[in-house]
Design a protein around this ligand. Structure first.
Ligand code: ZN
Length: 378
């Protein structure tokens, strides 16, 4: 039996940054790479063709949402998630852990799993490590994730440690439960923002036979410095590990550089599409808010440096009008641009790693966002 994924990477001389190639059942991906988030089997307002045109090769879909609606067994009967949503690229599914702990009501955690009430209709559900794997095997994603317990990073050390230890036990159970030969399985490092817990978690997860290693529980309210310090600890532990590393839920332009420098290969985030729907566009001139009245008379493209459908055909004035009129096309055109921008930034970042211009690209992007009065894109 061949491995469900292949990964080769070379170091670049920029910190721990590496350039790699990830081969999945459906697609070969150049890394570092960003995955747009298709929560409910759709990247909001975009078709699979839009995603391809934006340069996407791998997207993320959510186990929690799809298992509640329309149901994993139904998607399996309809041919699996790729066929259901007409996406022939790679798909990574999360395990449902993050959503259970951030969206669901009336959670009750025990060592076996989590019982919770659906955020849609209040009906009771239960997720265990075994069921989270079963759902992801029914969906047929290229990469599945282990079921983990998230905690508020502000909680006491003993609660963070207890959740981390449980996450490790669940990771082993996921590994035992997983049986689909064409699907990879990644483990998740937890441990909050405590350096010693993070180090222990990285050692524990890296010691198991996963196809890749994810870092979870970040970008959930900690400061940028806390995130960087935590990444540094995990990066240290994983320095000689050849498997792909995935930083979950991080994806604003300025965050990529520091994480890539610490050896991260994969990213996902809802931000590019979420902020797009609020009228915030990421561009070579920094962050623009198209709800601002100054754009109502601006005939130029959203981003003169972008070749996406939106920038080729439409003006800032037109998008500003669509947002004010609450026209549906506003959401699609702005999402097309932000996803294209984000994937193009990753492409430029890879090119800069290859030709030695990483530091100057990072400075240029940082200057663009600072000039626009947006030190953070969040
Ligand atoms: Zn564009």
């Amino acid at each position: 039996m061949s491995a469900p994924i292949g990964f080769t990477a070379r170091s670049t001389g920029v910190g721990r940054a590496r350039l790699g190639t990830l081969v999945t059942a459906h697609e070969t991906i150049e890394t570092p790479q960003f995955m747009p988030v298709g929560t409910q089997a759709t990247v909001k307002s975009l078709t699979p063709l839009d995603l391809r045109n934006a340069g996407a090769g791998m997207i993320l879909a959510n186990t929690y949402h799809l298992s509640l609606r329309p149901g994993a067994e139904r998607i399996a009967r309809l041919g699996g998630l790729h066929q259901f949503m007409a996406w022939d690229g790679a798909i990574l599914t999360d395990s449902g852990g993050f959503q259970v702990f951030s969206l669901a009501h009336l959670r009750k955690v025990d060592d076996e799993g989590v019982t919770f009430a659906s955020h849609i209709d209040g009906t009771p559900h239960r997720l265990t490590p075994e069921r989270a794997i079963e759902i992801q095997e029914l969906l047929g994603s290229d990469i599945a994730m282990t079921f983990d317990q998230l905690v508020d990073p502000g909680l006491g050390a003993s609660e963070v440690e207890e959740a981390m230890e449980r996450t490790h036990r669940w990771a082993e159970r996921c590994l035992v439960a997983h049986s689909r030969p064409d699907q990879a399985l990644f483990g998740i490092v937890q441990g909050g923002i405590d350096a010693s817990l993070r180090r222990r978690s990285a050692v524990a997860i890296a010691g198991l036979a996963f196809d890749g290693i994810a870092i979870g529980g970040l970008s959930v309210g900690e400061t940028k410095d806390e995130m960087a310090a935590t990444l540094e600890v995990v990066a240290d532990e994983l320095a000689d590990d050849p498997r792909p590393r995935y930083l979950m839920g991080v994806g604003s332009p300025l965050d990529f550089f520091g994480a890539v420098e610490r050896g991260i290969d994969l990213f996902d985030c809802v931000l590019p599409t979420r902020v797009a729907r609020n009228g915030q566009l990421w561009t070579s001139e920094g962050r623009l808010n198209l709800r601002n009245s100054r754009f109502q008379d601006d005939p130029g493209p959203v981003d003169p440096a972008c070749a996406c459908e939106t920038c080729r055909n439409h003006s800032r004035a037109y998008l500003a009008h669509l947002f004010r009129a609450e026209e549906l096309l506003a959401y699609r055109l702005s999402s097309v641009h932000n996803v294209t921008y984000t994937l193009d930034l990753m492409r430029r970042l890879r090119a800069a790693l290859a030709d030695g211009s990483f530091v100057s690209l990072r400075s240029a992007v940082a200057a663009q966002y600072e000039r626009a009065g947006a030190g953070s894109t969040q």
